[in-house]
Design a protein around this ligand. Structure first.
Ligand code: GLY
Length: 342
């Protein structure tokens, strides 16, 4: 096991890489621990969780809504959770988002921690402290920024991860490479998903690299006033189509990255062969690169985007592979671009 401590503005967060799930017993007294997971994970890992108080929610983004928060809070009260309780979210991004949110508001805030079980949660969703819920189709409309006490990476959870969830996670890995790491992009071009699925050392190295990349960006700008915005590459259109068409997050982000690359080519001089490299890499990892969407509906969702300030949205565009830039674009120009290039 390797322990890495990262200093965020309000707390130090310990990352335990290559740890075993049972290590959570050394991090908090079992009696002060409540697990929160979803039905899929609860069914697969019943025996691991049997000696803990456990709250189980429905699996999937559709349930990342206020009514799920209400049922969790009710169960926390019934289980006698108090200010000494640590709520440990075990699962993918929906579980980690909702765990962080509930823990941040229950009794005005209790400790929480994450055991991410998907690639996407390991490299992205469990890191950074943003947590929250959707409101109808509006993604992450309500939430807080609050850091967990620790992240525990037990890679054995990946043994049961369905193939489509592996693919989903690689969208965020490709995003990291696009905005910050041209060498990582090349590594991904030279490998295949199968290489990562079958070679634990290569995979662990990739996960650590990506967890570190995201952490470094967040530590520099936790409250997203500047650099952290780069992590939104592909997410403006991605979030707009995700709930509207019930797409897996990685698929939505993949299509969003292609749109952002097209806009980068149009107004930021991104070379067309760099855009091609991106679409080829996304396809190589099984991700979709286009969707026939209802432009009017998507534009109306964009108008509600959290990144909108007055009539402008901060778009993340590429200068080239490995380097991104924040560019405010007016809603009118977004509309023109959508009609012109999509
Ligand atoms: N929880 C994901 C993030 O903070 O970006």
């Amino acid at each position: 096991m390797i322990k890495v401590e990262n200093k965020f503005s309000n707390r130090m967060v310990a990352y335990y890489f290559d740890a075993s799930f049972s290590f959570i017993d050394t991090l908090a007294d079992k009696h002060n621990c409540i697990l929160l997971t979803d039905k899929n994970i609860a069914e697969l890992y019943q025996s691991k969780f049997s000696s803990y108080k456990t709250i189980v929610i429905e699996a999937g983004e559709a349930f990342k809504q206020q009514y799920t928060v209400d049922t969790i809070i009710q169960q926390l009260i019934e289980l006698g959770a108090d200010r000494k309780t640590t709520l440990v979210g075990i699962g993918g991004g929906v579980v980690t988002d909702i765990t962080g949110y509930v823990a941040s508001v229950y009794m005005r805030g209790i400790d929480f921690a994450f055991v991410p079980t998907t690639i996407l949660a390991m490299v992205d969703a469990a890191i950074g402290g943003k947590n929250g819920i959707d409101v109808g189709v509006y993604k992450n409309m309500v939430g807080t920024i609050n850091q967990p006490k620790y992240l525990l990476y037990d890679f054995s959870f990946l043994e049961t991860l369905p193939n489509e969830q592996w693919i989903n996670g690689f969208a965020e890995i490709i995003k990291h490479a696009c905005i910050k790491d041209a060498l990582l992009f090349q590594e991904l071009e030279n490998n295949t998903l199968d290489v990562y699925k079958t070679n634990k050392d290569v995979l662990v190295d990739l996960i650590k690299k990506n967890a570190t990349l995201k952490t470094d960006v967040v530590v520099k700008d936790e409250y997203e006033t500047s650099e952290r915005k780069l992590l939104n590459f592909g997410h403006t259109f991605g979030h707009a189509i995700e709930n509207l068409y019930q797409l897996p997050h990685g698929h939505a982000i993949s299509i969003g990255m292609v749109i952002a690359a097209k806009i980068s080519e149009e107004i930021n001089n991104l070379y067309s062969d760099e855009k091609e490299r991106l679409t080829q890499l996304l396809q190589k990892y099984g991700l979709p690169i286009q969707l026939n969407f209802d432009k009017e509906k998507v534009l109306s969702i964009l108008k509600m985007d959290k990144k909108r300030v007055k009539e402008e949205i901060d778009f993340i565009l590429l200068n080239n592979i490995g380097e991104a830039v924040i560019m405010p674009i007016s809603l009118t120009q977004v509309e023109d671009l959508v009609n012109q290039i999509l």
